[in-house]
Design a protein around this ligand. Structure first.
Ligand code: GLN
Length: 261
């Protein structure tokens, strides 16, 4: 749905088809007030998803608020590929590192039964949103408050997926105005955007099982620098680079080299 459709279906409590079937000819006072206040917030730059309190991800409605990043279509590429790998390799224990709204973990749990999902985040407020999303979709996810791997268990996972913050911190205010409504914690990747990769890539092998997979989203043009971080860490084999709808290298898949079992 486009933004106008999203706004009107929410205001009228109807589906998209009903809008066009002209079932609602007139707006009630409350409906008109809701739309006018939503429009004035939207005009100031607030993302529609925060105004409506929800976003769509992998066909699922995900609750969002300014404590969490709004799920992006690019991240669906990561989630879809992770699902394929999980099926192929019969993965069981999966970690969503930096789960935010919980969108990736919930989508994995919803689309593939039999996974044992852990989802971590440094933010208690984000974890509260993620837990509500898991509940709303009837999936069982174990949420853990953790600064990256700090509170996680070693050697546990067949697969770690992550969409870490990767925007160059100084650029956040210069990009779309909508970004200034999202939590800096979920966006900012430090001076060159790569801080989290520098921690995740050397850290992840200890938390993966033998031949385990690390699947990460990356930012525009970051692939060569991140590939170097992989090389320096020396514990992974980079197995796949997936492009997004704009032909930008967006998702990296790496397999733990089996040197240490
Ligand atoms: N995993 C969440 C998402 O992809 C949150 C990511 C983040 O906060 N950087 O939307």
């Amino acid at each position: 749905m486009n933004e106008a459709e999203l706004l009107f279906t929410q205001a009228l409590g109807c589906d998209r088809l009903a809008l066009y079937l002209n079932k609602h000819k007139y707006l009630g006072q409350d409906e008109a007030a809701f739309i006018s206040s939503a429009l004035s917030r939207r005009i100031k730059g607030e993302p529609l998803q925060y105004i409506l309190g929800k976003a769509e991800f992998m066909g699922l409605e995900i609750e969002v608020n300014p404590d969490v990043l709004i799920p992006r279509p690019e991240t669906e590429i990561l989630a879809a590929r992770a699902l394929e790998y999980a099926k192929q390799e019969q993965a069981r224990d999966v970690l969503d590192l930096g789960t935010g709204s919980g969108c990736i973990a919930v989508a994995l749990a919803k689309h593939l039964t039999g996974l044992k999902l852990d989802a971590s985040d440094i933010s208690d407020r984000a974890l509260a949103v993620a837990a509500r999303n898991a509940l709303a979709h009837g999936v069982n996810i174990h949420f853990i408050r953790s600064d990256l791997f700090a509170a996680l268990s070693c050697g546990k996972y067949d697969m770690i997926v992550s969409n870490p913050p990767y925007i160059v911190s100084a650029q956040i205010r210069k990009l779309q105005p909508e970004l200034s409504y999202e939590p800096v914690l979920a966006l900012a990747g430090g001076a060159d955007g790569l801080n989290f990769y520098r921690r995740i890539i050397p850290g992840a092998p200890d938390y993966l099982k033998k031949n385990g997979l690390l699947i990460m989203e990356i930012g525009l043009g970051q692939r060569p620098a991140i590939e170097k971080i992989f090389l320096d860490a020396g514990k992974f084999e980079l197995t796949e680079v997936i492009k997004d709808y704009n032909n930008v290298e967006r998702v990296l898949v790496a397999r733990k080299a089996d040197q240490d079992g």
